[in-house]
Write a protein that binds this ligand. Structure first.
Ligand code: TRP
Ligand code: SF4
Length: 334
């Protein structure tokens, strides 16, 4: 028996922020380090094209920044295959085969499909590629015959379609692919500094490799419990956007003190923020240092890591494609 295959990807959006980290990348590192899986992690640059096809200028830099941060937080190219989607053309090839057997209705019914078209109204998303987002995602997974796909709950409908497409392929042509299972990431909820979901498009992020001054400025600007209008108003950590960061970065006994002193107004939010900064900055320091060390190495670390990963990924992907072509019986040879 070989180890189960784990696969996941993220679209390139530049530096990794704490939302990406706790929502995805930290979990990837844990899966990689468990030693129980064959792991594949990739930059989904083709998926970025589904929405950003008219504006590709920044994509390469986003890929570079993302991969540097992945390595800085502990993804290890010796333990996991880290690669770039567009450099493994078998993803696109398998997506074409899947597109033949995927009913339009399945794609049109994906809840995020119409929402996204609405949300990104400035771009024309009435395209073949955008409708086919889940088909390409299915190919990403199936090309490595992946068993487990660590994703956030927001990807649930995509994973469901993916399983249906794979099932349909297997029933038409024979059992080539395992049915992949979503592995939902247990995510502590961290919001952005303005208390909305942390997202680059809201400009409310804190990076995993944020500078100490950056952390200080952003934490000091954070929205806290809106009920604390004056210093002597008691607060409720459950209504405070900052408190979850204490839970992640302060030791449990200090978190208990924060909780108590907030409810009795024994501490003010300014002091509470300074307290958080003093715990957060040392915790992020190793990530900053690792990133700086990677950047100061001779040569181009990101390029080398991706080249090696692309090659390993292609070998597995081509083996799958051989099976696919044979199962579909396109070749005139036996
Ligand atoms: N759709 C995912 C996201 O937006 C990215 C992605 C592309 C992905 N292909 C994938 C995730 C395959 C898991 C498996 O986050
Ligand atoms: Fe939040 Fe701390 Fe202010 Fe309480 S004291 S509202 S936990 S920042």
């Amino acid at each position: 028996m070989t180890d189960p295959v784990v696969l996941s990807g993220l679209r390139p959006t530049g530096r990794v922020h704490l939302g990406n980290y706790f929502g995805a990348v930290k979990n990837w590192v844990d899966l990689q380090n468990s030693g129980k899986y064959r792991c594949f992690f990739f930059v989904a640059d083709l998926h970025a094209l589904t929405t950003d096809y008219a504006d590709t200028e920044a994509l390469a830099a986003y890929t570079r920044d993302a991969v540097l941060d992945w390595l800085a937080v502990g993804l290890d190219p010796e333990k996991a295959t880290v690669f770039l989607q567009s450099r493994v053309p078998q993803h696109a090839e398998l997506a074409l085969y899947f597109s033949m057997i995927t009913p339009l209705g399945w794609l049109e019914r994906v809840p995020t499909y119409k929402d996204q078209i609405e949300a990104l109204r400035s771009r024309d998303l009435a395209t073949h590629g955008f409708l086919g987002y889940p088909v390409l995602m299915t190919a990403d997974i199936a090309i490595y015959r992946a068993n487990l796909v660590p994703v956030g709950e927001d990807q649930a409908s995509h994973l469901e379609i993916c399983r249906e497409i794979v099932r349909r392929f297997n029933s038409l042509y024979g059992p080539v692919f395992p049915e992949p299972k979503a592995l939902y990431t247990p995510t502590p909820k961290v919001n952005g500094v303005d208390a909305r979901k942390m997202s680059k498009s809201y400009d409310n992020t804190i990076g995993v490799s944020e500078s100490p001054e950056g952390v200080r400025e952003k934490v000091m600007a954070m929205v806290t419990d809106p009920a604390r209008v004056r210093r002597q108003d008691p607060g409720n950590p459950d209504h405070c956007n900052l408190f979850p960061f204490h839970v992640l970065y302060s030791p449990p006994d200090e978190v208990a003190v924060v909780d108590r002193e907030c409810r009795t107004a024994a501490r003010g939010c300014v002091d509470c923020k300074k307290h958080l900064i003093s715990n957060m900055n040392p915790a992020l320091e190793p990530i900053r240092q690792k990133r700086a060390a990677l950047l100061s190495r001779r040569g181009d670390v990101v390029r080398d890591v991706l080249h090696a990963g692309d090659g390993r990924a292609r070998a597995v992907a081509e083996e799958t494609m051989e099976r696919v072509r044979e199962a579909v019986r396109l070749s005139p040879e036996p």
